[in-house]
Ligand binder design. Structure first.
Ligand SMILES: [Zn+2]
Length: 213
């Protein structure tokens, strides 16, 4: 009789295979996994709703590093943050990447165009004594033609304007033969004439067919 009363006693010992007839008791896993935060008293997954998360995390890291990793590892946080807007994030990243690629391609194309662009300074003979100078291609280097024309006009105290050449493209036409001076200004990057490689500048001369030289 005394033996029978012993079984329900709150002792964990019987779990050990002392009694081969008894069915194996369930492993006491569940009770072990219940952890309450010593700081805020919530289960650790709810610490973030308390007012002491920083201290909670410190405690958890110290006492239950496995749980700490589970809730606060880089991976866990990323998963959590990314869940709602993962699709949006991916799309955003893709869009940004696309834009970057586009911008790079554009910049490269612009640079190529720039490097291939020629500036032609042409000395044009109008009459035996009268010349004009045309400057073509400055806009490929991002130079405002009107500003450049203004600069030439004031520098040489003469007329200078933006006009269309026979091909319908804009160029600057300056009164007088100032081609050497303009070339020099470009080389010295005077005023608005900045960023033009000297190699891209060509000086040409257009004489009247029957020059009375
Ligand atoms: Zn806590």
């Amino acid at each position: 009789m005394a033996k029978k009363g012993k079984a329900p006693a709150p002792e964990p010992a019987p779990a050990q295979a002392a009694d081969p007839d008894a069915p194996p008791p369930p492993e006491p896993v569940a009770p072990l996994s219940v952890v309450y935060c010593a700081v805020c008293t919530y289960p650790p997954e709810y610490c973030e709703f308390g007012a002491s998360l920083t201290r909670c995390k410190e405690w958890l890291k110290e006492e239950h590093p496995d749980l700490f990793d589970k809730y606060y590892s880089e991976e866990a946080l990323q998963t959590k943050v990314g869940t709602l807007s993962l699709e949006a994030q991916t799309k955003l990243e893709k869009d940004m990447a696309k834009k970057e690629v586009k911008a790079e391609a554009k910049a490269e194309a612009a640079l190529k165009k720039k490097m291939a662009s020629q500036i032609i300074i042409k000395r044009i003979e109008r009459t035996k004594r009268k010349h004009i100078t045309s400057v073509f291609g400055l806009e490929a280097f991002g130079i405002d033609l009107k500003k450049a024309a203004k600069q030439f006009a004031s520098k040489f105290a003469t007329g200078a304007s933006v006009s269309k050449n026979p091909q319908g493209l804009e160029e600057i036409v300056v009164s007088g033969d100032v081609s050497d001076e303009i070339l020099e200004m470009i080389e010295n990057e005077v005023g608005v004439l900045k960023g033009i490689p000297a190699d891209n500048v060509e000086l040409v001369e257009e004489k009247k067919k029957k020059s009375a030289e």
